[in-house]
Write a protein that binds this ligand. Structure first.
Ligand code: SAM
Length: 288
């Protein structure tokens, strides 16, 4: 959509890598290791244009939000910072919100749900501290932004979305981006289902991230979390959740111990409700 116009805009900014073509959107696939410059805006911009074929307009917006995310300590380690800088959020918002893609706020993505704001995505991702090779389950695929972000931390991501047309639309977004050269998104497996029950066949998981709010921790998710695993989940009454870090450990006596801590020290953060599927129809929520 904007790739052609950005070529003209960027031509004066940097010289394009040899072999760069308007049709081969990502000049070379990501190798899973390389990292954009984390400390210099111009170097980042040049890197983004040359290696990712991205639009300098969005790269600038991404950098500006990145500096705010880092200042706020939402992303604290370099791998998480890299993931933020590599994830093209502009591909996961509605066209009418393109100019707002990197705003602090969550944004409407249709179907009555939202793409979470960039700060909370970074903070929740930081909390689960995804290591290379970790198996990560996301509940609430939504726009696909969080799943894409996770793809820069591990190549084993599973994501579940309850709204069928949204799950299909986001799968199509991933597939289109894979076709354009974002081959890292091949690491994201997705399905349309009620995420209350997790994804048993793919589990157990090292990390679980839940992006919709519920008044309790779903037992199937706790069960599919490995011993030593970490989950982050918004828990509380409708519209007034607290974001919890949940760990599952084996004590010296062999007993499984579950701990909970509030990642925002008690701050209330409203999330889209964790809804419930009855047959093929979404009916109410899983709240008790
Ligand atoms: C805040 S939104 C999306 C955030 C998303 N991670 C992103 O990056 O855009 C939460 C999502 O959870 C989904 N959801 C709600 N209840 C669900 C359930 N039981 N199973 C799976 N997804 C659910 C909603 O449909 C919505 O798309």
């Amino acid at each position: 959509m904007y790739r052609r116009s950005f070529l003209a805009a960027s031509a004066s900014l940097v010289s394009l890598a040899p072999g760069f073509s308007a049709l081969a959107a990502v000049p070379k696939p990501w190798d899973g290791k390389s990292t954009p410059p984390l400390n210099n805006a111009e170097a980042f911009l040049k890197w983004g244009v040359e290696t990712r074929g991205e639009d300098p307009k969005y790269l600038r917006m991404r950098w500006a939000r990145f500096t705010a995310v880092v200042a706020n300590k939402d992303a604290t380690d370099d791998r998480n910072k890299r993931a933020f800088l590599m994830t093209p959020r502009e591909h996961f918002v509605l066209d009418r919100n393109l100019s707002r893609a990197y705003e602090h706020a969550f944004l409407d993505i249709g179907f009555g749900v939202t793409i979470s704001g960039p700060h909370i995505v970074s903070r929740m991702t930081q909390v689960i501290d995804v290591k290379e090779g970790d198996k990560v389950l996301e509940i609430g695929t939504g726009s696909g932004y969080q799943g894409a972000y996770l793809a820069y931390l591990t190549d084993k991501v599973w994501t579940v979305e309850i709204i069928k047309p949204l799950a299909e639309r986001t799968r199509a977004t991933y597939d289109k981006l894979i076709g354009e050269g974002y081959t890292e998104f091949k690491g994201v497996q997705s399905k349309n289902a009620d995420g209350y029950y997790g994804w048993e066949e793919a589990g157990p998981f090292d990390k679980i991230i839940v992006t919709c709010g519920i008044d309790h921790i779903p037992p199937p998710l706790l069960q599919q979390l490995k011993v030593g695993g970490v989950m982050v989940i918004p828990v509380g009454p409708p519209g007034a959740q607290r974001v919890l870090k949940v760990t599952k450990e084996k004590g010296p006596d062999g007993e499984i111990k579950v701990t909970r801590s509030d990642i925002y020290g008690g701050r209330i953060v409203p999330f889209v409700p964790f809804t419930k599927l009855e047959g093929d129809t979404i009916k109410g929520t899983h709240n008790k």
